[in-house]
Design a protein around this ligand. Structure first.
Ligand SMILES: Nc1nc2c(ncn2[C@@H]2O[C@H](COP(=O)(O)OP(=O)(O)OP(=O)(O)O)[C@@H](O)[C@H]2O)c(=O)[nH]1
Ligand SMILES: [K+]
Ligand SMILES: [Mg+2]
Length: 539
C-alpha cells in the first residue's frame, strides 16, 4: 500500500491514513464481529456474574453455535436461560439476551451472555467464542462505544459523557455525566447551531437577492423611522437573532467553569510558612498519615495530592512546601516555586498560619494575595524566581485563613490584620493536635465547594450543579468561545450595511462549524486527522 503525492492532494489525509491503517491491520476491520468481557474485573478474577458482550453481524450465529442445534434465539430484548456448550461439553447455564440492530448499544446485532463469574466459565466461554468458528475477534479498548458513535447512537459529547460516567467518583460527577449522556448538552448546541444555520440561510438570500430595498435609510426623512423599518427587514431580523443568540452563549461561557470543576475536581491548595502545620491538616482531612509531619521546617518539598469527597463533590487537596521570604537552599526554593505554581492553579486556597507566629503567616498570606489573586491590570513586571506573578484566576473570596495550633495560645486569641483579611472566605481557629475547630472548618470548606459547583451563595440550599447546559471540558469551552468571537465579528460586519454581508455570512458559517465541532457533527475527518498525526507513513 503506497501513498503517492498525487493521491494526497485530493483525498483527505485522514481518510487515507485510516484506510491504510485498517489495510495493514487486516484483522481490525470495522465490520468484524467483536466480543469482550464487559463486566468488571478480568477473566482471571472470579465474580458472581460475568457479562460477555458480542457485537456484529455474526453475533446471533455465535450464540446459536454455543447452544444445542435447533435452539431458537431468545425473543429480542428478553432474557432467556440457555445451556451453553463447547465441543459438546457443557460450559455454563447462562442468561442470554439478544438485541437485533439497530436497536442496540452499538447499533449492530448484539448478544449478551450473563454467565457465572468463575475463571473456568469466563475463560471457557471466551475461548469458545473466539475458537469455535473464527467468526469474531476480541474487541479493542473502547471499540463497542466507537461503533455506537459510528452508527449514530451517540455524538461525541455523549461518548465523553459515557467516559465520565464510567469513571465518576462522586454524586455530582454522576449526575452531571448522566445529564450529558441524556443529550441535554447536545440539544443545546444543536439548537444554537440550527439558529446559526437559519441565519446563514437568510444571509445567503440577502447575498443572492439583496435585502428589501424599500427600507433603505435614504428613503425616509426621519432616520429613526428608517432604522426601525430596516430592523423589520429580513437582514435586520437576522442581526437581532444572532445578537440574542450570542448573549445566550456568553451566559453559558460565564459559568465560572462549574461543569469542569465537577468533572475534574475542585483544587484546594494548602499554603503557608514552614511548620504552620500544613501537612498535619492534610493528614487530618485525609484521615491517614499521607504526608510526613515533623518539627523540622521545610519537611515537605513536593506538592502532594489526594482526592476528597466533600458534600458529593470531588476535590483535589494539595499539601505544599512551606513558603518563606528568604532561603539559600536550592531544593527548598524549588519547593516554594512549586507551591506557588500549585496555588495559582487552585480553585480555593487554605492559607495556613501558626497562631503563635502570626505575623510571619500574615506576610505569606499577603504574598499569596498579591501573587495568586487575579490582578485587574493583568500580569505585571516581575516573573521572579519564586513566585508566579498575577496568573491565578482566584479572588480573595477563594481564600480561607486558617490559624492553626490554637491549643498553644494561652489567652485563646490572635490579633487580626483587618486590611488583609476583610474579603476572605472565612477565618478559622483550629488545632490539628486536639482537632478543635476542624469540624466547623470542614463544614465551611464543604459549603464553599458546593457553592462553587452550583453557582449559588455558600448558604444556599441548592446542592447540585445547576440545571441546563454546563460546559464540562476545556475543548467545549474553546469551540464555544470561538463561536462567540465569530458572532461578535458578525455583529460588527453586519452593521456596516449590506456591503459586508459576504464577510458577515462567513462569520456565521464559522460559528456554526465551531459548534458542530463540539458535538462532532462537523469535521469528523479533522478529529481523525488529529488522532493520526503521530502516525508516520514511513514507519
Ligand atoms: N501544638 C500543636 N502542634 C502542631 C499542630 N499542628 C501541627 N503541629 C506540629 O507542628 C510541627 C510542624 O507540622 P507540619 O505539619 O510538619 O508542618 P508543615 O506546615 O507541613 O511544615 P513544612 O512541611 O515543613 O512546611 C509538627 O511538629 C507538628 O506536630 C497543632 O495544632 N498544635
Ligand atoms: K515541618
Ligand atoms: Mg509539610
Amino acid at each position: 500500500f503506497q501513498l503517492t503525492r498525487r493521491q494526497t492532494s485530493f483525498v483527505p489525509r485522514a481518510r487515507i491514513l485510516s484506510r491504510l491503517y485498517s489495510t495493514i491491520n487486516n484483522d481490525l476491520m470495522e465490520d468484524d464481529t467483536i466480543f469482550a468481557l464487559s463486566s468488571g474485573g478480568s477473566a482471571a478474577q472470579a465474580t458472581a456474574v460475568a457479562i460477555i458482550r458480542i457485537s456484529g453481524t455474526q453475533a446471533p450465529a455465535i450464540l446459536q453455535s454455543l447452544t444445542t442445534p435447533g435452539t431458537l434465539l431468545p425473543k429480542p430484548r428478553y432474557a432467556a436461560l440457555r445451556k451453553l456448550y463447547y465441543k459438546e461439553q457443557p460450559l455454563d447455564q447462562a442468561l442470554v439476551l439478544y438485541f437485533p440492530g439497530p436497536n442496540s448499544f452499538t447499533g449492530e446485532d448484539v448478544v449478551e451472555l450473563h454467565c457465572h463469574g468463575s475463571r473456568a466459565v469466563v475463560q471457557g466461554v471466551l475461548e469458545a467464542i473466539s475458537d469455535s468458528s473464527k467468526l469474531a475477534r476480541y474487541a479493542e479498548a473502547g471499540e463497542f462505544t466507537q461503533r455506537a458513535w459510528r452508527n449514530g447512537k451517540m455524538d461525541v459529547l455523549q461518548v465523553e459523557a459515557l467516559a465520565d460516567l464510567l469513571t465518576a467518583d462522586t454524586n455530582t460527577q454522576r449526575l452531571q455525566a448522566l445529564q450529558q449522556l441524556e443529550g441535554k448538552l447536545s440539544e443545546t448546541y444543536q439548537s444554537w447551531r440550527e439558529k446559526l444555520i437559519a441565519g446563514l440561510a437568510h444571509a445567503e438570500a440577502v447575498i443572492d437577492f439583496g435585502d428589501d430595498e424599500r427600507f433603505g435609510d435614504d428613503d425616509f426623512e426621519d432616520p429613526e423611522v428608517g432604522r426601525r423599518l430596516q430592523q423589520e427587514s429580513v437582514w435586520g431580523g437576522v442581526i437581532d437573532q444572532m445578537q440574542s443568540l450570542c448573549k445566550e452563549m456568553e451566559v453559558q461561557l460565564s459559568d465560572q467553569r462549574r461543569g469542569e470543576l465537577v468533572r475534574e475536581g475542585v483544587r484546594i491548595s494548602i499554603l503557608g510558612p514552614p511548620n504552620a502545620g500544613k501537612s498535619s491538616l492534610f493528614n487530618v482531612l485525609a484521615q491517614r498519615d499521607a504526608a510526613i509531619v515533623s518539627d523540622t521546617p521545610g519537611t515537605t518539598r513536593d506538592v502532594l495530592e489526594l482526592t476528597l469527597n466533600l458534600g458529593g463533590v470531588k476535590c483535589i487537596l494539595q499539601d505544599t512546601a512551606g513558603v518563606r521570604t528568604e532561603t539559600e537552599d536550592t531544593i527548598e526554593r524549588e519547593g516554594m516555586k512549586r507551591a506557588f505554581a500549585a496555588a495559582s492553579q487552585a480553585d480555593l486556597i487554605v492559607s495556613m498560619v501558626d497562631s503563635t507566629d502570626y505575623q510571619a503567616g500574615i506576610n505569606i498570606l499577603n504574598r499569596v494575595l498579591t501573587e495568586c489573586i487575579r490582578s485587574e491590570e493583568g500580569d505585571d513586571d516581575n516573573d521572579d524566581d519564586i513566585g508566579v506573578s498575577g496568573v491565578g484566576s482566584l479572588t480573595p473570596e477563594s481564600v480561607l485563613l486558617v490559624r492553626n495550633k490554637y491549643d498553644l495560645l494561652s489567652d485563646g486569641r490572635t490579633s487580626l490584620d483587618p486590611a488583609t483579611t476583610n474579603d476572605l472566605a472565612g477565618i478559622f481557629d483550629i488545632s490539628c493536635v486536639t482537632q478543635e475547630g476542624i469540624d466547623h472548618f470542614l463544614e465551611s470548606l464543604t459549603s464553599l465547594v458546593l457553592s462553587r459547583v452550583s453557582g449559588t451563595e455558600p448558604s444556599s440550599s441548592s446542592r447540585y450543579p445547576g440545571e441546563g447546559a454546563l460546559i464540562t471540558r476545556a475543548r467545549h469551552r474553546q469551540h464555544a468561545r470561538s463561536a462567540v468571537d465569530a458572532l461578535n465579528r458578525f455583529d460588527f460586519l453586519s452593521r456596516q450595511g449590506t456591503i459586508a454581508v459576504d464577510m458577515a455570512a462567513e462569520e456565521l458559517r464559522l460559528a456554526a462549524s465551531e459548534l458542530g465541532r463540539i458535538t462532532g457533527a462537523v469535521d469528523v475527518e479533522d478529529v481523525l486527522d488529529k488522532l493520526f498525526t503521530d502516525f508516520c507513513i514511513g514507519k
